[in-house]
Design a protein. Structure first.
Length: 319
């Protein structure tokens, strides 16, 4: 009995962990290069939308609605990631080329992506004559396509998440490219004097951030199509990932730990019906992740100083 109650909590925790940690890593890449990234949620939503759009094109228009293989998740994820990278160029153009306020530009991207999602997903659901988006019997690439089974932990999503975590830590901490990111985030003028093309690295950071967040969005769309179809959002995980990144002080290792902690809280809050039937207690459980987020943000606010040049547009003439 206890095992059956814990099974969905564990599997959903791993799912939430993938979304949150990828979102926080996305923000780390851009903010380490001096770009304040409020647009994590927007990139996630756009990635999820593109995943659904091209899934429809592949399974309905190309295959005629006769189903598809679980292996389609790989090319569809790649397409969603590339589209998110292209979409991030808008954010880069506004913040790097036009030197606009990065926070306002981020919110604009979030609003734009939600608008695009609302239109496209509504059209897709209407074309399918369904209340929510359907993947035509194509489940997630995993030992089990159900998030309620332990076997779902061993999946394409989990492998990709672990790979990105390790790669991101290595790139940021151990490579010359990562050193350029960190130096530009702290003192872009000094980096420019050292011969680093500051704006080029900033563009690379924004595109990388958009692509990683797009992966998170694609994973969310594959696992929770009904939720995304009804809300046109990734459950607000983009903003929670932003809070995790700040709490983790822009470090990949701390982001992993904090993401895992919040993932467990989220899983208990959403799947707590197996632990108790007390509606009042369930209400407290569902609010717990957000209450804990506020408490942790308040306790760590003074010590969460970001990169010194984050949010400051680089002007080469003031070098």
């Amino acid at each position: 009995m206890i095992v059956s109650q814990l099974e969905p909590i564990i599997t959903f925790a791993i799912f939430y962990f993938s979304i949150l940690v990828l979102g926080s890593i996305s923000g780390i890449f851009s903010e380490r290069a001096g770009i304040v990234n409020i647009a994590i949620a927007g990139f996630m939503v756009f990635g999820a939308t593109m995943y659904m759009l091209f899934s429809y094109i592949l399974t309905v228009i190309i295959l005629g609605g006769h189903g598809g293989s679980i292996w389609f998740q790989i090319p569809l994820t790649i397409i969603a990631v590339l589209c998110s990278g292209v979409f991030s160029l808008l954010f880069g153009y506004a913040t790097i080329k036009l030197k606009s306020d990065q926070t306002i530009s981020g919110f604009a991207i979030n609003i734009l992506s939600t608008g695009i999602a609302t239109l496209l997903v509504f059209v897709l659901v209407t074309l399918q004559n369904s209340s929510t988006f359907q993947f035509y019997n194509r489940t997630e690439l995993a030992l089990s396509g159900s998030l309620l089974k332990y076997q779902n932990i061993l999946s394409f999503r989990t492998v990709m998440t672990v790979t990105i975590i390790i790669s991101s830590w290595f790139v940021i901490r151990k490579t010359r490219w990562g050193l350029r990111f960190r130096s530009i985030g702290e003192n872009p003028q000094a980096a420019d004097v050292a011969g680093i093309n500051v704006n080029k690295v900033k563009w690379q950071a924004v595109i990388t951030a958009g692509m990683i967040a797009g992966i998170a969005g694609a994973f969310f769309a594959q696992a929770q199509p009904a939720v995304f179809s009804n809300t046109y959002d990734t459950n607000g995980f983009g903003f929670l990932a932003l809070a995790i990144m700040i709490t983790a002080r822009w470090r990949v290792t701390l982001s992993v730990i904090i993401s895992l902690f919040f993932s467990i809280l989220l899983s208990i809050s959403f799947n707590g019906t197996g632990l108790t039937s007390d509606q009042a207690l369930l209400g407290y459980l569902r609010s717990l992740p957000y209450i804990v987020t506020l408490i942790i943000m308040m306790l760590t606010a003074k010590n969460s100083a970001g990169p010194a040049a984050a949010g400051v547009p680089y002007d080469k003439s003031k070098r």
